[in-house]
Write a protein that binds this ligand. Structure first.
Ligand code: HEM
Length: 511
């Protein structure tokens, strides 16, 4: 019997349909991850189908803890992806010599010019080699060498603030300018000019471009080929018509044509290389790291190094503006210590250490879930077998905002880190265990001491010069209180959805 073309077509269509149904049945009910509760009925089919809107709107890390509260420590978020919320699992996954590697699909999105840097290197051996090399600048003992460079930019920032005495200042943008200049001066030996741009009322396009990119990281990592086709299409459009978007042009100006390439040329020319302060590229070149890799490292560091520390400083200043009595007591302590500039004196002032630690915890600036790949052979997590190749992830900020370790976690309360005698040993242990803002293990933040030093110094210098208060508005009366974490969106970094406005008044304590 001969079959007509249309019958054949319908049979094939039916076959494909049945095949898809069988696959959906398998992936939902028979797959090794089928015993893990689903974030949505669409999760076993595709992460993007249920999570894309929430990822694009910076909500996923806010939504998932609520699902974990209902379903427990494991939640399936994609056909091959599991979210976990458990400190024990976190410690095992992010341990030293952990067999759980960084997920190359996600970390690959951060690679600059095909030269992976520490953050985006996914091979464990290469990563540990690079980390050892970079330790010569980032180790705690090296921090005081950076004091001159940091103080120079903080002074420029203080000077810029002096021009705006008693005007409300939006601190997130302001602090971002300060930190961008500090991190770029550290990386390239010269600041990117962000404080100057901020004084003129502008944001650097390059920084805006980074923001845009962080919104689509989830899409790019799910469809890496699509993302690279899109980049090529944009390049073709530019070649044919000369048109490019503002963010593409900002990144190009920064990357190839202007700023960063010029800095490298300058540093490779001994006569023009700055000698005043150590900088990352020169130190790496002297240690024989090839120039393109040193350049990628410095470029890749600019985003995470700037956004995290600046958001934290901004939140601390805004919180201290709510609580003048803590601010005044802190200023008194700094005065008693004679406004020190070195790391060990600064960190030994308990109120300063508490203000900064609580600021880092409360701000939870590095919001991203950190995806790791389960090694071949699989592993058992919370009593459930997870097959090799599964991507598992968790955000450090969930632990920083955990109610059991930090009662009323959304309140800025530096006293959590003072007066340990009033707490049981168990409470202190829980608090210290859950404090993982820089993650843990061999990929924990290499910038931890840099960040602390920068925050100690900036906060101390700003308070030495100004009293910070809230602008008095009818909706926002200035009564001393603990600040509540503002509403925010969370992408790679957390971004408040409201302006954090602060007034600066001269303190009259300048030396
Ligand atoms: C409050 C400030 C900061 C916070 C909360 C923070 C948080 C983090 C976290 C959670 C990671 C782990 C990421 C992962 O596993 O994927 C990380 C890694 C990293 N951070 Fe930071 N960071 C801060 C400041 C800085 C600064 C100031 C720099 C540089 C100047 C920096 C450079 C890096 C680098 C290079 C890595 C990759 C480390 C590796 O893979 O070995 N961070 N940071």
């Amino acid at each position: 019997m001969e079959l007509s073309m249309s019958t054949l077509f319908f049979f094939s269509l039916g076959g494909v349909f049945l095949g898809v149904l069988a696959w959906i049945w398998y992936i939902t009910f028979a797959h090794p991850l089928s015993s893990v509760p689903n974030a949505s009925f669409l999760a076993p089919i595709s992460r993007l189908l249920w999570a894309l809107p929430s990822e694009y709107q910076g909500q996923i890390t806010l939504d998932l803890p609520r699902l974990h509260e209902v379903y427990g420590p494991l939640v399936r978020i994609g056909p091959n992806e599991v979210s976990f919320y458990s400190l024990d699992i976190y410690k095992a996954v992010h341990s030293v010599r952990s067999p759980f590697a960084k997920d190359p699909r996600v970390y690959g999105q951060f690679v600059q010019d095909a030269h992976p840097a520490l953050f985006s290197i996914t091979d464990a051996f290469e990563h540990s080699q690079r980390r050892r090399l970079m330790g010569q600048l980032f180790n705690q003992s090296k921090m005081n060498a950076l004091e001159g460079m940091m103080t120079q930019h903080i002074s420029a920032f203080v000077h810029a603030l002096e021009q705006r005495i008693s005007q409300p200042i939006e601190v997130v943008r302001a602090c971002r300018a300060l930190e961008a200049d500090i991190v770029s001066a550290f990386g390239f030996g010269e600041q990117i000019g962000a404080i100057g741009a901020w004084e003129n009322g502008e944001d650097l396009n390059m920084i805006k471009a980074n923001d845009e990119k962080s919104k689509i990281i989830a899409l790019c990592s799910s469809f890496p080929t699509l993302a690279s086709v899109w980049d090529q299409a944009k390049a073709m459009l530019y070649n044919v018509t000369g048109w490019q978007s503002k963010s593409t042009s900002a990144l190009k100006d920064f990357d190839q044509r202007k700023w960063s390439a010029n800095q490298l040329t300058r540093l490779l020319t001994p006569k023009t290389a700055p000698q005043a302060h150590p900088n990352f590229i020169s130190t790496m070149l002297a240690s024989r790291l090839p120039a393109p890799s040193a350049l990628s490292e410095a470029k890749e560091m600019l985003g995470p190094g700037t956004d995290t520390t600046s958001a934290t400083l901004a939140h601390i200043l805004w919180a201290l503006a709510h609580d003048i009595s803590y601010q005044d007591a802190l200023v008194q302590d700094l005065m008693d210590a004679q406004w020190p500039n070195d790391m060990s004196s600064l960190e030994s002032i308990p109120r300063l250490r508490a203000a900064v630690k609580e600021g880092i915890r409360w701000t939870g600036a590095a919001a991203a879930m950190l995806p790791r790949v389960v090694p071949e052979g699989g592993c058992t997590l919370a009593g459930t077998f997870i097959p090799g190749g599964t991507v598992i992830s968790s955000s450090p900020i969930w632990y920083l905002h955990d109610k059991t370790a930090f009662p009323e976690p959304k309140l800025y309360r530096p006293s959590r880190w003072l007066n340990d005698e009033s707490r049981s040993d168990e409470q202190v242990k829980l608090r210290d265990d859950f404090y993982i803002p820089f993650s843990k293990g061999s990929s924990a933040c290499i910038g931890i001491h840099f960040a602390y030093f920068e925050l100690f110094l900036s906060l101390s210098k700003i308070l030495q010069n100004f009293q910070v208060t809230l602008p008095p508005t009818p909706a926002w009366p200035v009564i001393p209180r603990e600040a509540r974490l503002p509403e925010r969106l969370e992408w790679v970094a957390a971004v408040p959805t409201v302006d954090l406005n602060v007034l600066y008044f001269p303190r009259g304590l300048k030396r």
